[in-house]
Design a protein around this ligand. Structure first.
Ligand SMILES: [Zn+2]
Length: 308
């Protein structure tokens, strides 16, 4: 049996855009890029992107924006695409229904959430759109200053927000999440939450808390959720995860106990043999399903399953 090696760049990473960090501070340069007829604009509405009937994401040119109701923060600058030197921006329509009613591409596709759209997208588009989605979602949730409560304003092409009242700068956040396979003999531990697709199991995961190393977060989460004790922890992979804005840190951990004691978070957890995991990944397991193919969990399972 052959198994593909872990890709160097996981889905949602590997953006082909140059983020042009130095250019961002030059408001005139950003404006000129935005007005360039090469510029491409990625539309969002209520957190969803517009997928055309051929399965590709809609991209607009600048002139098409004039008729649209665009929400704070306006177009955010994503970067410039290498050889074509195309500047990329993303924006969100105002949340009203009428903003979508007037959308120029109505009838040619539909608004789709990123989880549903991801399997349709090229790796490059996944990386660009994942970042755009995370960034716009952050803007949407940070309209007011966490320091003084006044309104904040977008700055530097949308890479930050500023509070004029108290002078605080706010930067987009990325929340670290450990996602891990506890392994014992030739078995790994997976769980499922109520509400997931039927019979789907995945690696356990949880946010890293303050004052905690990755190893400690891994041991705490597996202990809390499944009652299993953890020994040595090995780093395997990382993946930006734009739901809404996490960094998944994939670990394989030595389990030092086998008995499972569930807490409220999981509906079930159980040990799976390597052969079972291989069958789940291949879609041939008679009962259980693997997590989404573009997820860190799935790549972690592939990495473990390919070893003897
Ligand atoms: Zn403030």
């Amino acid at each position: 049996m052959t198994h593909s090696a872990l890709p160097k760049v996981l889905p949602f990473a590997g953006s082909p855009l140059d983020r042009c960090e130095n250019l961002r501070r030059d408001a005139g340069a950003i404006r000129a890029l935005q007005q360039s007829d090469r510029a491409l604009f990625l539309p969002f509405w209520r957190g969803e992107l517009f997928i055309l009937s051929d399965g590709t994401p809609a991209l607009l040119q600048g002139m098409a924006l004039e008729a649209l109701e665009i929400s704070d923060p306006g177009p955010v600058f994503l970067g410039i695409q290498g050889k074509s030197e195309q500047p990329w921006f993303a924006f969100t329509l105002t949340e009203t229904a009428s903003a979508a009613d007037d959308f120029a591409l109505n009838g040619l596709g539909e608004w789709t959430n990123l989880r549903a759209a991801a399997p349709l997208l090229s790796k490059e588009d996944m990386a660009i759109i994942g970042r755009a989605s995370a960034l716009l979602s952050w803007h949407n949730r940070h309209r007011y200053c966490a320091n003084c409560g006044e309104q904040t304003m977008p700055a530097e092409g949308g890479i930050k927000r500023e509070c004029e009242a108290c002078g605080t700068e706010h930067f987009p956040r990325t929340d670290p999440v450990v996602i891990m396979l506890a392994v014992h003999d030739d078995q790994c531990l997976m769980g499922r939450q109520a509400g997931w697709p039927q019979n789907t199991y995945s690696a356990l995961a949880g946010f890293v808390e303050q004052g905690e190393s990755l190893e400690e977060a891994c041991a705490r989460e597996v202990g809390e959720e499944a009652g299993v004790q953890i020994g040595t922890v090995r780093y395997v992979l990382s993946q930006p995860w734009p739901f809404p804005s996490s960094l998944m840190i994939g670990l394989i951990a030595e389990a030092r106990s086998e008995k499972i004691t569930l807490d409220d978070e999981l509906e079930d957890a159980r040990w799976f043999s390597r052969d079972e995991v291989r069958a789940m990944l291949a879609g041939t397991h008679e009962r259980y399903n693997a997590p989404m193919p573009f997820s860190a969990a799935c790549h972690l399972l592939r990495e473990w399953a390919k070893n003897e």
